[in-house]
Design a protein around this ligand. Structure first.
Ligand SMILES: Cc1cc2nc3c(=O)[nH]c(=O)nc-3n(C[C@H](O)[C@H](O)[C@H](O)COP(=O)(O)OP(=O)(O)OC[C@H]3O[C@@H](n4cnc5c(N)ncnc54)[C@H](O)[C@@H]3O)c2cc1C
Length: 267
């Protein structure tokens, strides 16, 4: 690892002013992705701006009928939050199955969505639930936030401060985890709201995406049987040492049926 300067400001303004105009500065939250990347010399920031000391960035609350989760909230705290368990149990369950204990006690929701790993779990929930990403500058709808593999709509120097989730009528997330890393080989988040059905898929493609054919079938009839005649086009899915694209396409449909069943059981 190369040497770098370490900063630990205690306000969002302090973070933003350290990042401003410094192209080689990087925010560090849980460090679960950034530190291994630095050790492998895939990233070499000159300045690390640790946001773990910023007051108000961690925690769970309700704002009217929106569930608000601070960017620095660790996965274990989302999984164990009474508010999340009551209001959005699908999200608590998703968080409880991320990585292993060590990862869940360090990794943060803001770090996960900002990193936008194509196999990460939270992006499926954020997109599937049509959440809003709050930054120090603006609010970004989920449909505009996830741009491409490891790429988001965040501008240089912009940080996520919170995620606001509308509450669905029914929701569930099913994933087929890679047995070594626990990252999703295919993960499907299904949400039914008064406005319709949204389905977001992670792990299978080069980035999280909405599965419109599955959404249309479930909008007609929200039950696993509605998916019997649907298949997903494998040509744009990933093939790697863990699974080829045809296998991932099959897994997506299996996870989608499973998620619908789980949502109905929970509702
Ligand atoms: C062994 C292992 C297994 C894992 N398994 C899973 C899994 O099963 N499912 C899953 O979803 N994830 C998994 N992860 C990822 C992990 O859960 C973390 O969410 C992820 O590493 C990033 O979160 P972090 O807080 O550690 O971010 P960091 O590593 O600190 O940062 C990651 C990136 O996001 C940026 N960043 C961080 N916070 C913000 C912010 N608030 N605003 C703007 N930019 C920000 C950083 O600058 C950096 O570029 C795994 C990780 C490991 C090491």
């Amino acid at each position: 690892m190369r040497s770098f300067n370490y900063h630990k400001p205690d306000t969002v303004d302090g973070v933003v002013s350290l990042l401003a105009g410094n192209e080689n500065a990087s925010v560090i939250a849980g460090g679960m992705t950034l530190l291994p990347t630095m050790k492998q010399r895939l990233a070499a920031p000159d300045d690390l701006v640790d946001i773990s000391g910023v007051a108000g960035l961690a925690g769970v609350s309700m704002d009217g009928d929106m569930l608000v989760i601070g960017a620095m909230t660790r996965h274990a705290d989302v999984a164990e939050s009474e508010i999340v368990r009551e209001k959005l149990p699908a999200l608590a369950k998703l968080a409880s199955r991320i990585g292993d204990q060590q990862v869940r006690h360090r990794g943060t929701i803001g770090g996960s969505i900002s990193n936008n790993d194509p196999a990460a779990d939270y992006p499926a929930a954020v997109l599937g639930l049509n959440a809003e990403i709050v930054t120090d500058k603006r609010t970004i709808p989920a449909d505009e936030f996830f741009v491409a593999m490891f790429e988001t709509a965040l501008e240089p120097g912009e940080i996520v401060t919170a995620i606001r989730f509308p509450l669905p009528e029914l929701a569930a997330y099913a994933k087929f985890p890679n047995p070594a890393s626990r990252y999703a080989m295919a993960g499907v988040f299904v949400a039914k709201t008064g406005d319709g059905v949204r389905v977001a898929v992670t792990g299978a493609g080069p980035g999280v995406f909405r599965a419109s054919d599955i959404e249309a079938a479930l909008a007609e009839s929200f039950d696993a049987g509605a998916l019997d005649r649907i298949s997903i086009d494998a040509s744009e899915l990933m093939s790697d040492i863990h699974a080829d694209n045809e296998y991932r396409a099959h897994l997506v449909m299996v996870m989608a049926r499973r998620a619908v069943g789980m949502a109905l059981d929970a509702g």
